[in-house]
Design a protein around this ligand. Structure first.
Ligand SMILES: CC(C)(COP(=O)(O)OP(=O)(O)OC[C@H]1O[C@@H](n2cnc3c(N)ncnc32)[C@H](O)[C@@H]1OP(=O)(O)O)[C@@H](O)C(=O)NCCC(=O)NCCSC(=O)CCS(=O)O
Length: 385
């Protein structure tokens, strides 16, 4: 594969360190995690010690001060073996490091980031509700001011890692009838009285990670837990998603590469008509197309990540972020489907990893905003000029 980090020795070392850890600690248990829908907690200190969970926490708060490029490299490497485990990379970015860095107060950064920097604490983000998926402006969970506190009531669904998180960045309506402008975000400790963690539905893929229902009943948080200004929650959510969506692209590239690796090995080993199936031109064409698509997505991924690292506030960040999330996840769906095809009937069995890659690729087209919503963001930005 083309080496997208070819000019930077530090990035090559970073990638190789992760690659070695994945070979040792992740790849051997990837299938088991999927089959048992359970990820061992022992991976948390391994990822924390490498600075991966807390990768986006700035150095001044004790974090590694990693870039989006580094987060994408790590996400790609881990997803190549296990998409579920890749959720430990930047596991505190979207709900803590990014929002506090960009919208939080000094006091909030001082209070939470040093703890997050230790790499043992997980966090989650609470946007989605039973009736609120793509249309974030429809959030119904309320946060009502009461003296020095806010009192939160409502329900969230599909909350990734809620079962393991110590804090949630929760989005709630602070004023009625104001649409986008009536939403605010809060840090809520998950052990607050009134927070109830419900079940996690059985999923097609992303098995090993829980996506829980959450219930909030008269949950009281101090007003100092408001992140950003009251009423700015919608725009802050969009801002954080813009900075994180390329990591979904990175996971997609990793999933696709893992599927291609498996398909290549199988094409060399599996014999039909007295020779390896890799000798047949129709199989060769599939393998070649898979490689072309992965390289194209990888090139766009690291171009976008470098662009965002240079200027995270550039007005074109939302458009390019949505482009790579969409392009790479659509690519991963196609490549993993073709990998199953290379395996033929065997690809349909759980004996081989390609059906897992295919199931995992699907959610990359859906979560952190469906690819239909991404296309809307891209087209709106293009037409706005
Ligand atoms: C569908 C949406 C893109 C928004 O659409 P709307 O039609 O409701 O809003 P707009 O009128 O377009 O925008 C209002 C306002 O916000 C600004 N805006 C909108 N999008 C962005 C953006 N990406 N970046 C920056 N600013 C943005 C827009 O310019 C307007 O500003 P002005 O009023 O003009 O000043 C949106 O609702 C959306 O993205 N929906 C997808 C929701 C989503 O991604 N959900 C994922 C949840 S989290 C998850 O999946 C799990 C993560 S995990 O735990 O790993």
């Amino acid at each position: 594969m083309l080496d997208t980090t070819e000019y930077d020795e530090d990035l090559i070392m970073f990638r190789d360190t992760i690659r070695r850890m994945v070979e040792k600690d992740v790849a051997p248990i990837a299938a088991k995690i999927d089959q048992e829908d359970d990820m061992p907690h022992s991976l948390v200190p391994i990822f924390g010690d490498l600075g991966l969970i807390q990768i986006m926490v700035p150095e001044e708060y004790g974090g590694p001060g990693g870039t989006l490029t580094m987060a994408c490299i790590a996400k790609e490497e881990v997803s190549r073996a296990s998409f579920a485990v890749s959720h430990l990379v930047g596991a505190t970015s979207i709900a803590m490091a990014l929002p506090l860095t960009h919208y939080g107060t000094d006091a909030q950064r001082q209070k939470y980031l040093p703890e997050i920097a230790e790499g043992r604490t997980l966090t989650c983000i609470g946007l989605t509700e039973p009736q609120t998926g793509s249309d974030v402006s429809g959030i119904k969970t309320t946060a009502k001011r009461d003296g020095d506190d806010y009192v939160i009531n409502g329900q969230k669904v599909f909350i990734t890692k809620a079962d393991q998180a110590k804090y949630i960045l929760l989005f709630a309506r602070t004023s009625e009838g104001k649409g986008h402008d009536g939403i605010s975000s809060f840090i809520v400790p998950m052990d607050s009285p009134g927070v109830k963690i419900g079940g996690s539905p059985k999923k097609m893929g992303l098995r090993g990670i829980k996506n829980c229902d959450l219930f909030f009943e008269n949950v009281r948080v101090p007003a100092e837990n408001l992140v950003g200004e009251e009423g700015q929650g919608f725009k802050n959510a969009m801002g954080v998603l813009n900075l994180n969506r390329p990591t979904v692209g990175a996971a997609s590239v990793g999933i696709a590469q893992g599927a291609l690796d498996a398909a290549m090995a199988y094409a060399k080993e599996r014999e039909q008509f007295g020779q390896p199936i890799g000798n047949f031109q129709l199989v060769q064409a599939m393998l070649a197309d898979m490689a072309i698509q992965i390289e194209a997505a990888r090139a766009l991924l690291y171009k976008v990540a470098a662009f965002i690292d240079r200027d995270p506030t550039h007005p074109q960040v939302p458009m390019y972020s949505s482009m790579i999330k969409t392009f790479a996840s659509d690519m991963a769906m196609k490549v993993t489907t073709d990998a199953v095809q290379v395996f033929g009937g065997a690809g349909y069995l759980q004996d081989h990893p390609v059906e897992r890659y295919m199931r995992d690729a699907k959610v990359c087209q859906i979560y952190e905003g469906t690819n239909q919503i991404q296309r809307l963001i891209i087209a709106r930005a293009m037409l706005k000029g």
